[in-house]
Design a protein around this ligand. Structure first.
Ligand SMILES: [Zn+2]
Length: 347
């Protein structure tokens, strides 16, 4: 065990433990990321092997000096003590792992573990300057984040608190059913929004719709077993009609799920992020236009729809900031977030 930090100093470590990789960075108090590390997740070797990788990353990120706190994100459920609940991340034996305690021991500092979508939401909230905002960003009291990537995840922040529900599983918006008896989802049910608007689903939509079109994307899709969302949105930028058709289906499904979320959560800001959005800014405008059709009148009034301020490291920053929130005042935390976001935002 490392020496325990007791003073108001030391950096913050953020970790993102997924089924494919374990990533981490060291966030200094001035908002600089002074070290990064990443390893493949030995998912088939079980919980102990994955923990050993995470502990190794902490040792590496700890090396430059004192660490005040650690935050870590992981897919699926996590209880309030930082123990993994339920199967997630395709890691053998991950359920029941006392991740928080292991990371705290490794770092010699407090460690917090939350669902990764919730931490990405937390980063977007903090990067906007909390409720009051800061130069260049309007603040949010109630922020819904929806991340579109290989799957669709999300999180909800109200007054600076993650509203995670039981075991941090709230806002699994990807599995909101928007078309009963619709397309088959990876979860085994039909009609989840993830089956329409995740990156792979947008690519599959284009392949399936291709026979009805004679466009550049249709010709590419006919020769391929799969295409990705980036190819669809690159084609859309050139006016490809097949790309527009796939996009329309995805945007409609996403708008339906976000309409449900507006009714349940009443956010003032809806942030769309994740890898798919990098090339798909048009999704934001179309969801803003369509979502009010799926919720009673006043629930969509005044809601702002925005793209993510942060790029692919939103989850890592959220983890580091959430860890830091136990050591900093709210004002210090938001200053740190603004400084980090200025360096990490999408280029
Ligand atoms: Zn599903």
């Amino acid at each position: 065990m490392r020496s325990t930090n007791t003073g108001g100093e030391g950096a913050f470590i953020g970790l993102d433990i997924g089924g494919q990789s374990v990533k981490g960075f060291r966030l200094e108090r001035d908002g600089r990321v002074s070290a990064r590390a990443s390893r493949p997740t030995p998912a088939s070797l079980g919980s102990a092997a994955v923990l050993a990788v995470a502990e190794g990353l902490i040792a590496e990120l700890h090396a430059p000096g004192l660490v005040a706190a650690v935050g870590a994100g992981t897919p699926g459920g996590v209880d309030r003590s930082g123990r993994i609940v339920g199967e997630a991340a395709n890691i053998e034996g991950w359920q029941g792992t006392d991740l928080g305690a292991a990371l705290s021991r490794a770092a010699g500092a407090p460690a917090s573990v939350r669902n990764d979508g919730n931490l990405a939401a937390y980063a977007e909230w903090a990067a906007r300057g909390g409720a009051s905002g800061h130069a260049g960003a309007r603040g949010s009291r109630a922020l819904l984040f929806v991340g579109l990537g290989t799957g669709i995840g999300g999180g909800y922040i109200e007054d600076g608190c993650i509203l995670g529900g039981v075991d941090d599983k709230a806002v699994e918006i990807g599995h909101a059913i928007v078309y009963p008896e619709g397309r088959l989802c990876v979860c085994g049910r039909r009609g989840c929004v993830e089956a329409y608007a995740s990156g792979p689903s947008i690519g599959r939509l284009a392949v399936e719709l291709a026979p009805g079109f004679d466009t550049a994307l249709a010709r590419a899709a006919r020769g391929a077993s799969a295409i990705n969302a980036r190819e669809v949105y690159d084609a859309l930028a050139l006016g490809d009609e097949l790309a527009a058709a796939a996009h329309t289906v995805a945007a409609e499904a996403l708008a339906r799920s976000i309409g449900l979320a507006l009714a349940f959560l009443a956010p003032d800001t809806v942030v769309l992020g994740g890898g798919v959005l990098a090339g798909a800014k048009r999704l934001i405008a179309d969801v803003e236009r369509l979502a009010p059709g799926y919720v009673y009148g006043s629930a969509s009034e005044g809601v702002r729809f925005e793209g993510a301020l942060l790029g692919p490291e939103a989850g890592l920053l959220g983890a580091a900031l959430y860890g830091a929130s136990s050591a900093l005042s709210r004002e210090e935390l938001l200053d740190l977030a603004a400084a980090a976001a200025a360096r990490l935002g999408p280029k």
